[in-house]
Design a protein around this ligand. Structure first.
Ligand code: CA
Length: 226
């Protein structure tokens, strides 16, 4: 999952970024509205955290323009307590949720999870495919009864694959959702990480169906059949 933070207060932006990275999200930060709008328009994010008061272009305007340009990435608006009236404007402009500053990081995380959850997954934080399960709250991954230890990046990659199960994902799509803008990622990096995942979720389970499939010339998918 890849997140964009548009927030001019460096301290707040950086601490949210650090927190989210620990939770295995890929994070980009824009410190002004114009740059934020550019990134939101050209890159592929799963959620945008958008401060209301920003230099160059404010949050309501960014929201309105993105929606007008048919970009429907979920937006979580941040507002100061004395800007509560503005939050209504934000929601009218197309934001999906808002959070009043100061907020606890756990609260922000809960909102992000709610925004990225698909309706059919609304009942729980556990994503599954066959006997493989991934808990997005506890970070526990299991195949059958066996627990599997993954690094943060491996977890993020597996989460993205499972959220899109049975769909073929290109390496570009994978990079765009699992790594941030600054990350120096080569197409080959995806191959390497897919290899790590296979070694943990497929190879040790020889008597079970293979879950990760390479679609030659296209990319990868996780699925129950070929
Ligand atoms: Ca601000």
């Amino acid at each position: 999952m890849r997140i964009l933070i548009i927030e001019d207060e460096h301290k707040i932006a950086n601490s949210i970024k650090r927190g989210l990275e620990q939770e295995s999200y890929a994070v980009d930060v824009a410190f002004d509205g114009e740059y934020g709008f550019d990134l939101a328009s050209t890159e592929d994010y799963d959620v945008i955290i958008l401060d209301l008061m920003l230099p160059k272009m404010d949050g309501v305007e960014i929201c309105r323009q993105l929606r007008k340009n048919n970009i429907h990435t979920p937006i979580l608006m941040l507002t100061a307590r004395d800007q509560l009236d503005d939050k209504i404007k934000g929601l009218n402009a197309g934001a999906d949720d808002y959070l009043v500053k100061p907020f606890a990081f756990a609260e922000l995380l809960a909102r992000i999870r709610a925004l990225t959850r698909r309706p059919k997954e609304a009942l729980g934080a556990v994503l599954t495919i066959k006997d493989l399960s991934l808990n997005t709250l506890t970070y526990q991954v299991k195949r059958g009864q066996k627990e599997i230890k993954l690094s943060r990046k491996e977890f993020a990659l597996l989460e993205y694959l499972i959220r899109n199960k049975d769909k073929i994902l290109t390496k570009d799509q994978i990079i765009n959702h699992v790594w941030n803008y600054d990350a120096d990622v080569l197409l080959n990096t995806v191959e390497v990480y897919i290899g790590y995942l296979r070694n943990k979720i497929d190879k040790p389970f020889r008597n079970k169906p293979q879950l990760i499939h390479t679609i030659r010339g296209f990319g990868y998918k996780i699925g129950e059949g070929k």
